[in-house]
Design a protein around this ligand. Structure first.
Ligand code: DC
Length: 234
C-alpha cells in the first residue's frame, strides 16, 4: 500500500473540494468515496429494488460497473457525474450507506485503489476503518449552520434547490449527522489519531494550506533527508 491521507467528516464540511485540491498539490490521486456510495444509490434507484433489502443490494453491487476517471463518475458505461448530485440521491444514499455488503465491496475497492498509488481519500470511515494505518488523518468539520449554507449554495449553483429553505437544509444536515454517527456499521467519528480541523469561517485555500503543512511535517518526520533534498532542489 502506498501513502494515504484521509479526510473524514460530516456532510457539507467541504471535504470533497479540500481533498481534491490537496491531492492536486501533492500530486496524489483524489478518491471521492461518497461518489461511490452515490453511484450505487443511483443504480439501486434505477433498478427499482427495495433499498433496504440486503440481499438485493448485495446482488446489485456485484453486478454494476462503477469507475472514477479524474473528476468524473461512470456507471455501466454512462457518465453519471451530475446525476449523483441530486437531492433524491443524497437523501436515499443513507440506505446504501447502511448496507454491510455494499460497505464491504466499496472498502475492497478503496483499498485496491491505494495499492498502487498515493491517495487523498475522503469519506466518513476512511481513517477509522478503511485505512487505519493512513499516513495522515484529518477530521474536517464546520458548524451545522455553515454547512447548511454551503450545501444550499451548492444546490443552487447546480440549478436545484428551488423552493428549499435554509432551515430545511439545516434540519436535513442535523438528521444526517445524527444518522451517520449512530450507524451500527462504520459510524462516522474521528479516528483517535486524526487531526481535527474546524473550517467554520475559513476559506478553502486556508484549509488546504493548513493540511498541506501538516502533511509536509509528517513527511519530514518520516524521512527528514528526503524532504530537505526536495526543498533544496526546488
Ligand atoms: O459525502 P457524500 O454526501 O457524497 O456521501 C454520500 C453518502 O455516502 C452519504 O449518505 C454518506 C455515505 N458515505 C459513507 O457512508 N461512507 C463514506 N466513506 C462516504 C460516504
Amino acid at each position: 500500500m502506498r501513502r494515504v491521507v484521509t479526510i473524514d467528516g460530516p456532510a457539507g464540511a467541504g471535504k470533497s473540494t479540500v481533498a481534491r485540491r490537496l491531492a492536486d498539490r501533492l500530486g496524489w490521486r483524489f478518491l471521492d468515496t461518497g461518489a461511490m456510495y452515490r453511484a450505487v444509490t443511483l443504480a439501486a434507484l434505477r433498478s427499482g429494488i427495495d433499498l433496504t433489502d440486503e440481499s438485493s443490494l448485495e446482488g446489485l453491487v456485484e453486478s454494476i460497473r462503477v469507475s472514477l476517471p479524474p473528476g468524473e463518475v461512470w456507471l455501466d458505461g454512462q457518465d453519471i457525474s451530475d446525476l449523483i448530485r441530486t437531492v433524491e440521491v443524497t437523501e436515499e444514499s443513507r440506505h446504501i450507506a447502511d448496507s454491510p455488503s455494499v460497505r464491504r465491496r466499496l472498502m475492497e475497492w478503496q483499498r485496491a485503489v491505494a495499492n498502487d498509488q498515493d491517495v487523498v481519500s475522503e469519506g466518513r470511515d476512511q481513517g477509522t476503518l478503511v485505512f487505519p494505518d493512513a499516513f495522515v488523518k484529518f477530521y474536517l468539520t464546520a458548524s451545522a449552520e455553515e454547512r447548511a449554507r454551503r450545501r444550499l449554495a451548492d444546490y443552487r449553483a447546480r440549478g436545484q434547490g428551488e423552493g428549499i429553505s435554509l432551515d430545511c437544509v439545516l434540519r436535513d444536515i442535523r438528521q444526517r449527522d445524527a444518522r451517520d454517527e449512530a450507524r451500527a456499521i462504520a459510524p462516522m467519528r474521528p479516528a483517535d489519531d486524526a487531526i481535527q480541523v474546524d473550517s467554520t469561517g475559513m476559506g478553502i485555500e486556508e484549509v488546504v494550506a493548513r493540511m498541506a503543512e501538516d502533511v509536509r511535517r509528517a513527511r519530514r518526520d518520516a524521512d527528514p533527508e528526503a524532504v530537505a533534498a526536495a526543498e533544496v532542489s526546488r
